[in-house]
Design a protein around this ligand. Structure first.
Ligand code: ATP
Length: 324
């Protein structure tokens, strides 16, 4: 292998820049050429590529977002699109690809490898943490800290006015952010997609909190929680059933995707970026790098795509105990 290309694809996440930097610097360290691909697969099809050297990535380890931009590409889902992508890589004499992204991006990478025999390695980058084969995805730790900081601020106003706040955090299919930010911010209740605790239980718990003399309450709700109600409907339901409460809703939204990456995400990105390049140098392909028991490991990328990553159910029990 003489030249590696790197791209960010799918939803952006804090730490992607630190991973790009690690890939580019590893290439420089091992005397490999390195090319950055703008806007994921879409940019690859359009030949939107840039030669990168060690100096090109200075001062980005601390930056949120991705300097290479990200995109979703319809073209790459077609055979013609992938053919064009392949030709553009060959034209630039690139012999391997590092894809920083989520499940969808990895599915595209596997297909690309199967069709053209092109070596690919994936780095998991998404704030949702819903990827098998790693305890942490890039951006998850930062998003958690952002969510906790925001909920702390909401708590200040909630307790000043004796209010009940429903705070919606990101996570359409996964409750990692809701569960961990909820415990970290001392939320009274946490509603996640993985578990249906029932609305009766929610009412009972809030009533218990009120009787116990709590001056405010916070319910953290993941976007995809199982109640069947969106966060506004939930708030309305509780207000109707517990009229003593003054209920408000706050949706944290895209702020959770931005911001300077936490030190944890920077270190993780650096470790995963180096490993990705070293695997390709070793002649490996179709792997995703990840963290397990604080060791950098690699998983067959198809296994990573197919496998589920389950939340720590024990945390729900812990939450019940510490919010008594
Ligand atoms: P996130 O978790 O943030 O959504 P993701 O990587 O899963 O990230 P997707 O939008 O699912 O995001 O995928 C990114 C891109 O990967 C798609 O826009 C498409 O170009 C490519 N891709 C996804 N699935 C396939 C597929 N089955 N075949 C070819 N390309 C695909």
């Amino acid at each position: 292998i003489k030249k590696i290309a790197v791209m960010t694809s799918g939803g952006d996440a804090p730490g992607m820049n630190a991973a790009i930097r690690a890939v580019v610097r590893s290439c420089a360290y091992y005397s490999l050429g390195c090319v950055g691909i703008y806007r994921g697969y879409e940019g690859l099809i359009e030949d939107d590529l840039v030669e990168l050297n060690a100096r090109s990535v200075h001062n980005i380890i601390n930056k949120g977002g991705t300097i290479l931009k990200s995109a979703r590409s319809k073209g790459f889902r077609t055979k013609e699109g992938r053919q064009k992508a392949y030709e553009n890589l060959i034209e630039r004499e690139v012999d391997a690809l590092v894809v920083i992204g989520g499940d969808g991006s990895f599915t595209g990478a596997v297909l690309f490898n199967e069709e053209f025999g092109f070596p690919v390695v994936g780095i998991p980058g998404t704030i949702d943490n819903d990827i098998f084969g790693t305890s942490h995805t890039l951006g998850y730790d930062t998003a958690l800290n952002t969510a906790v900081e925001a909920i702390d601020k909401i708590r200040d106003t909630a307790s000043s006015h004796n209010r009940l706040f429903f705070v919606e955090v990101m996570g359409r299919d996964a409750g990692f952010i809701a569960l961990n930010a909820g415990v970290g911010a001392g939320a009274e209740e946490i509603l996640i997609p993985e578990e249906d605790l029932g609305l009766d239980r929610l009412l009972e718990s809030l009533e218990r909190s009120r009787r116990a003399g709590k001056s405010s309450s916070i319910v953290v709700v993941a976007e995809g929680d199982k109640s069947g109600k969106n966060v506004y409907e939930l708030a309305k339901y509780v207000e109707e059933n517990l009229p003593q409460y003054d209920v408000r809703v706050s949706i944290l939204g895209h702020m959770q995707r931005g911001g300077s990456p936490s030190c944890f995400d920077r270190v993780l990105a650096s470790r995963l970026g180096v490993k990705a390049v070293e695997l390709l140098l070793d002649g490996k392909t179709n792997l995703m790098v990840g963290l397990q028991d604080n060791k950098v490991i690699s998983t067959d990328i198809k296994v990573a795509i197919a496998g589920g990553h389950s939340i720590n159910h024990e945390l729900l029990r812990i939450s019940d105990i510490i919010t008594t």
